[in-house]
Write a protein that binds this ligand. Structure first.
Ligand SMILES: NC(=O)c1ccc[n+]([C@@H]2O[C@H](COP(=O)([O-])OP(=O)(O)OC[C@H]3O[C@@H](n4cnc5c(N)ncnc54)[C@H](O)[C@@H]3O)[C@@H](O)[C@H]2O)c1
Ligand SMILES: N[C@H](CO)Cc1c[nH]c[nH+]1
Ligand SMILES: [Zn+2]
Length: 427
């Protein structure tokens, strides 16, 4: 990993350092626009052609149904079922705490305002399945969608070489009581869910992470349709803040965990100790060499770096600029610094808290904003699947108490009809 020293970096150099993959994403824009146009024009036919072209699979049917889901789910071992069940329970427990309880407020005597929560009716969940199939992502999206009460849940995931999905995805579908999985991946899946095809319903909001094709397609369709997206959740990234209490073995393992996701992933170590950086480098080499996905992880690590800082405060300053998807506080002294974190998707506090816990089973959601979007977006939660509609009721005393105020404000904006709508009620 390249090393920088925080004290030697100008503000401009820091801004440059925290930028990720912007050019790569712009280069694929044309490709993704073409895929979207093809899906709009040819619908299901285009989806089958793209499955052949990008996934190498000739599909008879674009989806698997409940019978197939049950058959595939029956192939997985009890040990895996138990692990998925524990993850399911923990994720459900955490997301159930997000059910909001709002109060009615009387803002002026006789004027009452409140909000009511409604589920988004039709949602589309994208489950990545290119370089690795991610049943954990299915749990992360499906559980809050079910708790919210979304009526229609469309699920898309790239077909595997078998022309199906794997048994793990099928088992999650069973747990979530979802009876159909579309064998559609990449930008074409996003286009299908945004525009609709003969077999895929157009949805109101698309959720889920994916590679740069998926992320670009989500960004494009949200500006050309009335389908919303959760957030830009692209190539995984992690920033580890470490002090002298950090264990270099753990730090190296955490950096590699996100690097193995994809060649465009990025891992950053911000450390107050040169000795810890050096030991982590040694560990990285040892651990990388025994990884099955070492080619992918090595490429991502070539795109990664360390920053030497003088103290934890400087480390947090850098991290806030970077706005990481995942922030690991590899220090025993994490408690006093959490309130200084301003930009991060999800935080892993303390030396015994691996980022993998949040990826799979602690309960928090792993669908998180990447590429510095943590500056303005939150990760997926129950809130992502609902809308909050505002209501108000004005009584006879209410219109008397607030009427004049509304009339005056309408007058200064020159909107006579607005004023009249109050005046006719006051007479
Ligand atoms: N931010 C998050 O919350 C989060 C969570 C999980 C995973 N991720 C990221 O999701 C990504 C998953 O990527 P993946 O590739 O494994 O799976 P994917 O399902 O996102 O993409 C696979 C699809 O990409 C399309 N594709 C592949 N090559 C193409 C090409 N040359 N042109 C057009 N389309 C092409 C194909 O249709 C294929 O089905 C990784 O980058 C991982 O880091 C992010
Ligand atoms: N780390 C990914 C989010 O960036 C989520 C994931 C799924 N499986 C393993 N990890
Ligand atoms: Zn991960």
């Amino acid at each position: 990993m390249r090393q920088y020293s925080f004290s030697g970096l100008s503000k401009a150099a820091i801004q440059k350092l925290v930028l990720r993959n912007v050019d790569a994403n712009n280069n694929i824009r044309g490709t993704v626009e073409d895929i979207i146009s093809e899906v709009k024009a040819k619908g299901d036919g285009a989806l089958k052609s793209f499955a052949q072209k990008f996934d190498g699979v000739a599909l008879d049917s674009l989806f698997i149904d409940k019978n197939k889901i049950d058959e595939l789910a029956a192939t997985i071992s009890p040990k895996v079922k138990d692990a998925i069940n524990i993850a399911y329970q923990n994720i459900k427990k955490f997301h159930q705490t997000q059910i909001s309880k709002e109060e009615k407020v009387e803002t002026t005597t006789g004027v009452t305002c409140w909000r009511e929560v409604r589920a988004i009716e039709k949602v589309g969940l994208y489950i990545p399945g290119g370089t690795a199939v991610l049943p954990s992502t299915f749990l992360m999206l499906g559980i809050p969608a079910k708790i919210a009460g979304c009526k229609e849940i469309v699920v898309c995931s790239p077909p595997q070489k078998s022309g199906e999905v794997n048994g793990y995805l099928a088992y999650v579908a069973q747990l979530l009581e979802i009876d159909r999985i579309y064998l559609v991946g990449g930008a074409q899946a996003v286009a299908a869910m945004a525009y609709g095809t003969k077999s895929i319903t157009k949805v109101d909001k698309i959720f889920g992470p994916g590679n740069q094709f998926v992320t670009m397609a989500k960004t494009l369709v949200q500006s050309t349709t009335n389908t919303a997206i959760d957030m830009p959740a692209g190539p995984s990234e992690v920033l580890v803040i470490a002090d002298e209490t950090a264990n270099p073995v753990f730090v190296a393992a955490d950096l590699l965990a996100q690097a193995e996701h994809g060649v465009d992933s990025q891992s950053v170590l911000v450390c107050i100790s040169q000795a810890t950086i050096d030991q982590t480098q040694i560990e990285l080499e040892k651990q990388l060499n025994i990884l099955p996905r070492k080619e992918i992880a090595a490429k991502a690590m070539a795109n990664s770096y360390t920053v030497l800082v003088k103290d934890l405060e400087e480390a947090i300053d850098f991290s806030n600029e970077y706005a990481p998807e995942h922030l690991i506080l590899a220090t025993d002294n994490w408690k006093p610094i959490t309130n200084k974190i301003i930009n991060a998707g999800s935080v892993f506090a303390g030396n015994l808290t691996p980022e993998s816990a949040g990826d799979y089973a602690s309960g928090t959601n792993h669908t998180l904003p990447t590429s510095a979007y943590a500056r303005s977006y939150s990760g997926v939660s129950l809130d992502s699947f609902v809308k909050k509609i505002t209501f108000q009721h004005i009584s006879e005393s209410g219109i008397k108490n607030l009427g004049k105020t509304i009339e005056t404000l309408a007058e200064i904006e020159g909107l006579q009809a607005h004023k009249n709508a109050v005046s006719v009620r006051l007479t």
